[in-house]
Structures are given as C-alpha cells and as structure tokens.
Write a protein that binds this ligand. Structure first.
Ligand SMILES: [Ca+2]
Ligand SMILES: [Ca+2]
Ligand SMILES: [Ca+2]
Length: 276
C-alpha cells in the first residue's frame, strides 16, 4: 500500500471512532418517575455498569443484605460496597436528589465508561414506596447490554410496572413499619433503618394492588384512601430510564487521528511540490 493510501485508510478508520480499538464514553442517565399522580415513589436509583458477572438478586431465592437494605430502607450503601469489591472495572452511581415521586426526574453522567468491556451491562435497583420491601431491579445480570451504544446513541428503558416490581421477601408487608406512609396520608410507618417484622421469604413479583394484603393492625389506613394509582397492574411502568451515550476518543485515538491527518497533509504538500 502506498503511504498516501495508508494514511487515508488510517484516517477513515479513526474518523468513524467506533472502529478505533480503545474508546471511552460519557453515559448520562436520567430517571423519570412515570407513575400516575398519587402513584408510587422510587428511592434514588442505583446503577452499576459491569462485565456481566454482577448479579444482584434471583427471584425465588432469599435476598442478600445488600438488596434487603436497598429494598427496606432505600439505602444502596451495602449494594455499592459489594459492587465495588466484586465488579472488576465496574462503574456505579446512585442518582442524586432523594426519592422521585410521579413526574420528577434525576440525572447523572458517568465518565470513562467502557461499553465494549468492563462496563457493557447495566444493573439497577431502587426501593419502591409506599412499601416495606418493594423494589425494582434486573434479575438477569446480562439483560441490559449497552455495547451497541459504544459509538454513541440513546436508549430508553421502561422500569417497574406490572410483573416488574419485586417484594424482597425480607420484611412483612405491614403498615406499622412501611416507609413513606406520610406521603400517602397513611399513619404508622418506619422510624429508622431495618425496622419491621422479618418475612423469612424469597424475592417474588408484586402484582396488582399489593397494599390490600398489608397488615393494618393499628388501622393506619384511612377509609377514603384511593388505591387506583398504586395498583401495579394499571401501569405499563413506574419509571423511565433514558440513557444517552457520547463517545469520547481516548488519547491514543487522537494520536492516530492527528498522525493520519498530518501524514495526509505532508503527502499532499509533497505531491503538490512534485507537480502531481
Ligand atoms: Ca439474578
Ligand atoms: Ca415483604
Ligand atoms: Ca429487615
């Protein structure tokens, strides 16, 4: 191959940046609570990007302490610590600004994301309130593959809704200890971390209107509470996660690009000088 042709080939390969081997990306996550007015709230969403090996829970099995804390208290600290120690090269965040109630959004950008390798798969988890131990998350660690976005792009995921909200099986569903009662005009409620009565169960799907089966020993629920917006079967989802990826060339990519450009310019000048 002649030098000029070679330079053009290198340049063409690197102008379409996804073709260059090493590549990082900025990934912006925006979570929006899409439940109807009066519907459930979602605790700050935890997000982890890993190589496919980090599995946070299994339906039909007892929840880990990490999922128990996330589902009962809206606290992702144990989950975050586990991910940090178990997901080699993983990146994670918990979206800011507290619980999101219907209509509210929260956003955050992770940098230096390797969507072709260590950060290819997305896992998420967050408590759903009003509840004792309801949460949203993905059972299958490889269900959300973002590799196709490595060169840039966007994706929207519908979270929760019918068949996609879980009961962690760790705390009895009881209004005496449920979280965020006040936001729904219900008495009683959790006053501190890990309160409530142990359920000794397994992670399972919560469907329909699960609140009608909650224990209400103290008659915490006023007679006029309208459960319509809290019925999971009346909603396609309770949240939308918008993922926006901007590819960022790594230094060596820039070096190749500039080398290609410089070589082209040099060869062009030489050709002109030679009367070509
Ligand atoms: Ca699993
Ligand atoms: Ca429960
Ligand atoms: Ca507990």
């Amino acid at each position: 191959m002649k030098p000029y042709t070679l330079a053009k080939a290198v340049l063409a390969a690197c102008v379409s940046l996804s073709a260059c081997a090493a590549q990082a990306a900025d990934v912006t996550f925006t979570f929006t609570n899409t439940a109807p007015a009066g519907g459930v709230g979602v605790a700050p969403l935890w997000l982890g990007l890993h190589n496919g090996s980090f599995d946070s829970f299994d339906v039909g099995s007892a929840a880990s302490v990490a999922v128990e804390r996330a589902a009962e208290d809206g606290n992702a600290k144990v989950l975050t610590a586990n991910f940090a120690s178990q997901a080699a090269g993983g990146l994670q965040t918990t979206l800011p600004n507290g619980p999101r109630f219907p209509g509210a959004s929260s956003t955050f950008t992770l940098h230096n994301v390797d969507l072709n390798g260590a950060n290819r798969y997305l896992s998420y988890a967050a408590m759903v309130v009003l509840s004792n131990d309801f949460f949203i998350g993905n059972d299958n660690a490889k269900a959300i593959d973002l590799a196709s976005l490595a060169g840039g792009g966007q994706l929207s995921l519908a979270l929760g809704g019918a068949g996609h909200v879980y009961d962690a099986g760790t705390e009895q569903n009881n209004f005496a200890y449920s979280l965020a009662n006040g936001a729904y005009g219900i008495g009683g409620g959790q006053k501190g971390p890990n309160q409530g009565i142990d359920e000794h169960g397994v992670v399972h799907v919560a469907t329909g209107n699960p609140y009608l089966s909650f224990v209400d020993d103290g008659h915490y629920v006023p007679a006029n509470v309208d459960w319509t917006a809290l019925n999971f079967n009346t909603q396609q989802s309770i949240g939308r996660l918008d993922i926006s990826v901007a590819a960022v060339p790594e230094p060596e990519t820039y070096a190749m690009l500039f080398a290609g450009l410089g070589l082209l310019g040099l060869l062009a000048r030489r050709r002109q000088g030679a009367g070509a």
